[in-house]
Design a protein around this ligand. Structure first.
Ligand SMILES: *[C@@H]1O[C@H](CO)[C@@H](O)[C@H](O)[C@H]1NC(C)=O
Ligand SMILES: *[C@@H]1O[C@H](CO)[C@@H](O)[C@H](O)[C@H]1NC(C)=O
Length: 397
């Protein structure tokens, strides 16, 4: 019943956008039919709880919405559909399409093992040639060949674009090794000038919608409006190990959701926007009749309350980034996909599973990034956001 469209092999490298050190790649958003998304909120929470403490093992059965990109491995390259994940840093294949070894595939003698908030893989490590785009070919890149795994239906693995420190502890026997990431090697091999990743997501309008763009090595000015607001990666642990930032203030209408500078993470691998439980409770209480549905794990908003909904605002780097009503709601025609019931209005914002004060008090996930361009800047150790044509939308039930 899963039916994803063909992988997108064609890489759009238009003359105006491409330079040697800036490569934009289109992304495909996978959406599932049936009840494949059921449980995604719980999976998001498990992921958040896991990211807070990298030793906790989650148990969610994954069914989720993710962004993927096509990545070639080997020579000649076999192309894999990999989840773009800023919350992890290992790149691996084999959970769907099996790893096809070629003359460039060199076993390293290491086992590799990563547990995610949802799912895990274990297998063996190779060095191999990785093709991210035409003329954008990384050699000697660590690649995991997943031999055992769970919760990767519909995708072939992950391209991990998180900080390199997250790779430590994943190899065995070389348990302390840091494994250069795709971004590290792209920089070291002069494929990019700066370790910057630009991410453009957008609300999907079709089952399998190639509506996103990822830029290795810089930002794509055509994909955002106005200026980028940058904030330093937070010093607060454990968010600081990720693409973590401080939100200095968050409001919903006249209600204060986040009262003071608070650390959390920006994560392409989380679908929802998650708030620490006490923050979430303020949001929930501010929407008349809203409650969390145990079946789906999603917030349910009475239709009588929709018209009165307010923007959910996050102050980041001195600028306000709002999720308007549409951004806070799951379109009714996606209810089945999220495991919900017809005619019920579900929401995007969810609870983290722990109270605030733990140095990891929100996750700004994919649904936020469908509204704002995001920049993961390892050169200056900062995260940036900018408005896009999708920032302001209208809700039409
Ligand atoms: C390949 O990369 C590893 C680190 O990931 C490094 O130890 C090794 O020297 C590299 N080999 C070549 C041929 O560059
Ligand atoms: C982030 O907020 C914390 C307090 O929550 C503060 O100590 C820190 O200086 C702030 N800025 C950065 C960049 O971490």
């Amino acid at each position: 019943m899963r039916s994803f469209s063909a992988l997108l092999f064609a890489v759009l490298l238009t003359a105006s956008r491409s330079t040697l050190s800036l490569v934009s790649i289109p992304l495909t958003k996978l959406e599932r039919t049936g009840s494949y998304l059921q449980g995604a909120p719980h999976a998001d929470r498990a992921r958040a709880s896991f990211l807070k403490s990298r030793t906790t093992t989650p148990t969610s059965n994954l069914a989720y919405v993710q962004y993927t990109t096509s990545v070639g491995v080997g020579s000649p390259a076999t192309y894999y559909n990999l989840v773009v994940d800023t919350g992890s840093s290992i790149t691996f294949v084999g959970t769907g399409k099996k790893y096809v070894r070629t003359s460039t595939s060199i076993p390293t003698g290491q086992d590799v093992n990563v547990t995610y908030g949802s799912g895990f893989f274990s297998g063996v490590e190779y060095y191999d040639t990785v093709t991210l785009a035409a003329d954008f070919v990384i050699t000697n890149q660590s690649i995991g060949d997943a031999l055992q795994y769970s919760d990767f239906e519909g995708v072939d693995g992950i391209i991990g674009v998180g900080p390199v420190a997250l790779t430590q502890g994943t190899l065995s026997p070389d348990i302390n090794a840091l494994i250069p990431t795709i971004m590290d090697n792209a920089l070291n091999q002069d494929l990019i000038k700066k370790q910057i990743l630009g991410v453009s997501f957008a609300p999907a309008t079709a089952y399998n919608d190639t509506n996103g763009v990822i830029t290795y090595g810089g930002i794509d000015h055509a994909l955002y409006i106005g200026k980028i607001t940058h904030v330093p990666v937070t010093e607060t642990s454990p968010a600081s190990a990720y693409w973590g930032i401080n939100v200095t203030d968050s409001t919903y209408g006249t209600h204060t959701i986040i009262p003071q500078s608070t650390a959390g993470i920006v994560d392409t691998g989380t679908t929802q926007v998650l708030l620490a439980d006490d923050f979430f409770q303020v949001y929930l209480d501010a929407i008349p009749g809203a409650y969390t549905d145990d079946n789906t794990g999603l917030i349910v908003i009475p239709s009588s309350s929709v018209a009165g909904m307010q923007p959910l605002n996050f102050k980041i780097g001195g600028h306000e980034f709002s999720m308007d009503t549409a951004a806070q709601l799951i379109p009714l025609d996606q209810n089945t996909a999220w495991g919900g019931q017809d005619g019920v209005q579900y929401g995007i914002v969810g609870y983290l599973g722990t109270d605030s004060g733990e140095g990891f008090d929100f996750v700004i996930g994919q649904k936020f990034m469908e509204k704002y361009y995001a920049v993961f800047d390892g050169h200056d150790n900062r995260v940036g956001f900018a408005y896009t044509e999708h920032t302001f939308s209208t809700y039409s039930p």
